[in-house]
Design a protein around this ligand. Sequence first.
Ligand SMILES: [Zn+2]
Length: 311
Amino acid sequence: MSLIVAKRGFVSSFITITLAWLAMLLSNSVIHGLVRVRLDLYQTWVGVQQNWEVSNLPSYYKALKSESITVYHFEADRDVALVVQDLIKDYFDVVASDLVTGTARRDGIKVVVSPTVPALESSLGERYGRNAMGAYWRGVIWVLSPVEWLDLTDPLWPEDFRRSGPVIHEMTHLILDRSTAGNIPVWLDEGIAQYEEFKQLGYEWIEPANRLDQPLYSLSQLADDFTGLANEPLAYREAHLLVRYLIESKGEKVLVRLVKSLAAGVPAKRALEKVYGSDFSVLERDWSAWLAGQSDALAGPDSQRGDAGWR
Ligand SMILES: [Zn+2]
């Protein structure tokens, strides 16, 4: 009698465990499917915006297409367009592998090389176009022609443009936008884009205004009011240093986990708490202590920015 009861008990727990396991598998695949649908719908919407933007370019822009990358440019900027295309081909998968598991969508990449500052301003609007050397806006990468900030008679200009130009930065914004369905706040987006420029090219934006030997912004200030902060160069640098801290304390794959959470629609602060494994206030305190130990000596000789310009 007791043997039969034990056997029944074993069978029923086996069934319960199997059912729970099946339910978990099913719910995981449902969640995964919903995230996929969300990303695809978002990408379709971005595609509409992208097409609208490039269809409104003046007719004298030429289109240079290779693989999935189309660069719209003035005839005089053809060499610039070729360098832009090569940079994206060389770095897209490298940067994407830092941010997502598997492959990031690299279809339909559109870049506009604006020949002059006023041309870029008229495309982005005065607020975003002013002082910009690049932008990611409505699904399109916008780059100011280096004729505006480099000497193109110098045979080394392509190397200088590859290293200090905004292409890798803007391409990182594009990958993040596509991989999170737009669910990434500006401050985190800018922090990661600067981290990738630093990692891939050794480029870091340091200038007198964003030295660390001054009162610094708290993490809550960055997260709650990034674009409203008075010292924008400092806010940008601190956002970059938050990403550096996360990687130093939690390892290289922390960004993949963060982007995965954002892709599932988790709000940024909550996603940071998940990958850090503590409350936001603990992250804020730990990062602030780490930041106090950093110095401006971190900046190498190549870390100075040339002409100031947003990206
Ligand atoms: Zn940016």
